[in-house]
Design a binder for this molecule. Structure first.
Ligand code: 13P
Length: 248
């Protein structure tokens, strides 16, 4: 089954997030093969969206979490509180949170914490254009995966998603070739196998729109897509969901 993760970033308010979540549930009515769907609203919308999603097949994700369990961390949100408001998964290591100072070591700590709290994790990795042009993409991603996942021991209850999101593809309208995506995904899967982290879903993210999604979703090395801009409008989000449904 293919996965669609909708990262709503800081694009929508509470009412808009609720309306979009309701729209997705309406759009799924009568659908034969519903793909695996997760939506990640902004923090203040999580509780309201969780009430809308209820026991539906659409899962709720947060966009980050703090490294520590609890304490004097002004402006931060803990894994425990995320669970309390109905969150099931969390995005970690996104380039936009990395740009605010999140390191691979932080992501490692957050993965460990999130798993201990029973959250699924969506870990983003990806290279800059300079790294790609220097021919160092695979080495760079190898180092990211090594730091983040060494010593992590998920159980069968946990789902681990790794999203390959090249920094230069996010919000730019540029996408890598499917050959490039495929070779990075294959390397990620192999490395995680070696770390004894099995059954990982490897997703592609960066400028995914309904017009280019087929090529990614149709490829056997791509388990799904992590979508920003095209996921905040019901029309394009449902088009992506329908495509994933057909290819599941
Ligand atoms: P865009 O789909 O807007 O390029 O964003 C990708 C992304 O960052 C998803 O997490």
């Amino acid at each position: 089954m293919k996965t669609i993760i909708a990262n709503w970033k800081m694009e929508l308010g509470v009412r808009e997030s609720v309306a979009l979540a309701r729209g997705v549930l309406r759009g799924l009515r009568g659908m034969q093969d519903v793909p695996n769907i997760l939506v990640a609203p902004t923090f203040p919308a999580l509780f309201e969206v969780s009430k809308v999603l209820g026991r539906s097949r659409v899962q709720l994700a947060a966009q980050t979490v703090h490294t520590e369990e609890q304490g004097a961390y002004t402006g931060s949100v803990s894994a425990k509180v995320l669970k309390e408001v109905g969150v099931q998964a969390v995005i970690l290591g996104h380039s936009e949170t990395r740009a605010m100072g999140e390191t691979d070591e932080d992501v490692h700590q957050k993965v460990d914490l999130a798993l201990r709290h029973g959250l699924h994790v969506i870990v983003a990795v990806g290279e800059s254009m300079a790294t790609r042009e220097a021919g160092e993409t695979e080495g760079f991603i190898h180092d990211q995966i090594k730091t983040i996942f060494t010593g992590i021991h998920p159980t069968k209850r946990h789902t681990i998603y790794v999203a390959y999101e090249p920094l230069w593809a996010i919000g730019s309208g540029k996408v890598p070739s499917i050959q490039d995506v495929s070779s990075v995904h294959t390397a990620i899967k192999q490395q995680l196998d070696e770390l004894d982290i099995l059954d990982v879903s490897v997703l592609y993210g960066g400028s995914v729109i309904p017009e280019n999604a087929y090529e990614f979703l149709n490829h056997s090395s791509v388990d799904g897509v992590l979508v920003g801009g095209a996921s905040v409008r019901i029309k394009s989000l449902m088009e992506l969901i329908h495509l994933a449904s057909e290819l599941s």
